[in-house]
Design a protein around this ligand. Structure first.
Ligand SMILES: [Zn+2]
Length: 502
């Protein structure tokens, strides 16, 4: 009897697995068809955001376009989450599992460049531009949002999907606030989509932890010529803090990376300055390491204030954990990468890529033809504000081939391709990989359980706690002045073709 029952159990498991696999396959077909049908609309999303080219915290047109589109395709859209006016959380579906996707869509200063132009041709001189290609992240993400919804509807899939936008990635700002404020509490797994030169993913720890903090000093004004001894120079304090930190550097672990700029260094020499501000990035391989640097910097600020008779306060603009990705999520993304495959590039696209590489001084290798194998990440010294999410839930990253390799990041030449057919093909591939990976998790609970189990082992004894102070508010004024210089000049160049997903 027992043998018959266990035999029946085995059959049930086989039938269930087979039906899960079947529903995943058909639901994926639905999602991929939805992406193909809408590839023109997906391209328009990326191109519109390319033309808005808004700096971090100033993504006003960009967030409006995304929020309106998501509403039009049936998502429940909340804007202004965690106190960020240009952040979005768009939700569809119901119940468990809850899957999240997050992207950044900010531009970089001085990146303005005409699409496809091989010499320096700014759309608006000095204006920001998408020299990192974050506009393509949003296009792939939007395509997946439409495709996953269609798969959920058509195949009655259970589960909730949440599409987030994260303002000001270039200043590493928003996602630690999202996590601190509980937006990922009910999330079971999350994905990040980011532009690159390959269709790829990885697992393990990828980047550094970072604390971005401004130290402001307050002194006393005086006539620098007649009675400087009655004043207290805030700029002297900022300089001493910089020197103090540089001296301390010798006694810091060689793994650390720290850098500073004096953002307020006084107005004119005849007045002893009563205000000064120095902005530091403290980076380390671990949360503890970054926190340790930050604690030491407070002491250096205190010392600088004591030496100059000034006072000080600090403002943490952002603080994030090192990014990491789960191995099961990496394998899942890789299986969908292999299913989707690299875009097929035309001769003209290869020619353009090589010409871009030539003007940027890079090796003229053209565009990648093959997908990259899954590999364990090597930890680099850059940072991304998605780190906090990656220590909270099992996380997978998808790099999409929407830009040309061998071009330095943030260089104007990195803007040339990100609204061309190269970018568009990468966006379509990315939307499919993302939608396919989400369908897999929605249809295969065992896979999600495995991701969660391995995630626990991977993070080991580490308990996530925000590096961000509990009362820290988002830096709302970031880039306001810089964007205001260019916005009106950029408006005539906005690409506002109607977008209608169908
Ligand atoms: Zn980026």
């Amino acid at each position: 009897m027992r043998r018959i029952l266990s035999g029946l159990g085995l059959m049930l498991v086989i039938v269930c697995c087979a039906s899960a696999a079947l529903s995943a396959t058909t639901a994926k077909e639905t999602a991929f068809e939805a992406v193909e049908r809408n590839k023109g609309e997906i391209a328009k999303v990326g191109d519109a955001i390319y033309s808005f080219a808004e700096l971090g915290m100033q993504e006003i047109e960009t967030s409006k376009l995304c929020a309106d589109l998501l509403k039009s395709i049936g998502y429940d859209v909340k804007t202004g989450i965690a106190g960020f006016p240009t952040a979005i959380m768009a939700t569809y579906g119901s119940g468990k599992p809850v899957l999240a996707v997050h992207i950044e869509y900010d531009a970089v200063p001085s990146g303005s460049q005409q699409t496809g132009a091989l010499e320096r041709k700014e759309i608006v001189p000095g204006a920001p531009g998408h020299a990192e290609g974050h506009n393509t992240n949003a296009a792939a993400w939007m395509g997946a949002a439409f495709a996953v919804k269609e798969a959920i509807d058509k195949h009655k899939l259970r589960g909730t999907v949440k599409f987030f936008t994260a303002p000001a990635e270039e200043q590493l700002v928003s996602r630690p606030f999202f996590v601190r404020d509980g937006y990922f509490k009910d999330v079971d797994a999350a994905f990040h989509v980011h532009v690159g030169e390959t269709l790829s993913t990885s697992y393990g720890i990828r980047q550094y932890a970072l604390v971005s903090v401004e130290y402001e000093f307050f002194g006393k004004t005086a006539h620098s010529g007649t009675s400087p001894w009655t004043g207290a120079s805030a700029v002297d304090a900022a300089k001493l803090m910089d020197i103090g930190w540089d001296v301390l550097r010798e006694h810091l672990p060689p793994t650390q990376r720290s850098h500073s700029v004096i953002v307020n260094g006084g107005v004119q020499p005849n007045v002893v300055p009563d205000r000064a501000k120095i902005w530091f990035f403290f980076r380390e391989a671990t949360y503890e390491g970054a926190n340790n640097l930050f604690t030491k910097a407070d002491k250096v600020a205190e010392g600088a204030a004591l030496m100059t008779g000034t006072t000080w306060k600090r403002n943490v603009l952002s603080a994030c954990w090192p990014t990491r990705d789960n191995k099961i999520m990496g394998e899942l993304v890789q299986s969908n990468i292999e299913l989707v495959g690299m875009p097929v590039w035309s001769e003209d696209e290869q020619k353009l890529a090589k010409a871009i590489q030539k003007v940027a001084g890079g090796e003229q290798k053209g565009l990648a033809m093959k997908i990259s194998p899954l590999k364990e990440a090597k930890q680099g010294t850059s940072s991304n504000d998605s780190g906090d999410i990656t220590w909270t839930v099992p996380h997978g990253r998808i790099t999409i081939p929407s830009n040309v390799g061998n071009v330095p990041g943030h260089h104007w030449a990195a803007t040339i391709a990100v609204a061309t057919s190269i970018a568009h093909k990468g966006e379509v591939a990315g939307a499919k990989v993302l939608a396919g990976s989400m369908v897999d998790l929605l249809t295969n609970p065992d896979l999600l359980a495995k991701a969660k189990e391995t995630f626990k082992k991977e993070v080991g004894g580490a308990t996530y706690k925000p590096l961000l102070p509990p009362d820290q508010k988002p830096p709302l004024s970031l880039n306001t002045e810089e964007m205001a210089k260019y916005r009106d000049l950029m408006k005539p160049h906005y690409r506002r073709a109607p977008i209608q997903f169908k």
